[in-house]
Unconditional design. Sequence first.
Length: 290
Amino acid sequence: MEEIKSFFADNSAQIWTLFSVVVGGVVTYISTAASEKRKNKRQAQKEKLEQVLVPYCTCLEKTTLITEAIYEAPINCHSQKIISEFISSLKKPLEYLEAAKRVYLSKTMRAKLQTYKTTVNNFENQLQQECTDCLIKYKHYISCKLEPFPNLPASMEILFSMDKSTEEKVKIAILTKHDISLINNFTCIDFVKNDDPDNYRHTSITLNDEIRNTWGAIKYGVMDSSDITNTEEELACILLDYIDENITDEKNVLATIIDETVCAAVLSGIRELLNEMTRELVKTIDKITN
């Protein structure tokens, strides 16, 4: 024991020097490792911001603006692509559910985005179903109004063809709750006298732009009905007269039908969910950058 004490006493300077070197090395290693860890963490956060969080936030903000823009769509000018492009825009945030991107999102962010996905997919199907239901009810209403049309024998049923913008027009009305008219969307009305396939008999009345222009010219005194020489065109003008005189509550009836739909409320919920996800994401981004 005395020898050990004597050894430390005789070599204390060297021992302290060695101890200092070891401690200094350990401290330097820990400091360097901690600094490198902080550097790597900052780099990872920077990549997370640049590659996912900021683009995701921008995507959510753009999608929110698109949901607001649908309320500004012209009521009387409907492109066939409006709704399809609108639905596609609503689905853009779902790209961040892909494995390579969702790993950067928090558990709550992923859960909200999954809820958003379910809501948007259901919304698309529900909007199509509500549009179909509205048109069925509307056509039934028009059919009842046309049953007494005096210039043709009584019909077993009345069938309708409508132009390509009709569904788009109805869907926008469902989402915005704006009043619309579909009277001018009919392209053909088919009065069926016998629906037996072996003895099918019907009278089809075409209602194209040319016929509507002719009817308008007669209505406003630009030309006389006696100037029409084509019997089919004459019957179409008589039908348009009948519609004009007897279907005066069409917009109100259609408004009532559309008022029963719920997709406008669903869209409002989608907008709120977008705002909620954006607020949470902005807080996360601010926390990283501050």
